[in-house]
Design a protein around this ligand. Sequence first.
Ligand code: ZN
Length: 134
Amino acid sequence: MKEFSIRTTTRRQFLDITPQVREAVLTSGVKEGICVVYCPHTTAAITINEHADPDVVRDLGMALGKLVPEHANYAHSEGNSDSHIQCSLLGPSQTLIIHKGRLVLGTWQGIFFCEFDGPRQRSFYVQIIGDKEA
Ligand code: ZN
């Protein structure tokens, strides 16, 4: 397993982690298999969406903010229930396919670390299983 550390700089942020995950797949030497990207936090998530146009994840963040407003009649005393709920909506992990030694991603797809309660020091894990021979 590989662990990556990242620093987020705003309360809500989508960081493109596709290059780090691609690199982990390359160095693993796995040709055919599965790659899990997992985030061990309760106010952050992992998603896959378009990374060609940064407005796509900007709009995603705006829509999540409308779905789950920052201030409501929440019980959680820490004051970040919106962050916890947005985290659960997107989920803590994504599973990707490795084929011919490469991640199978569509032309426009990228992998994002989604921060909902930054800025913070964060981490995510990449676990790769599979065959080193095709
Ligand atoms: Zn909390």
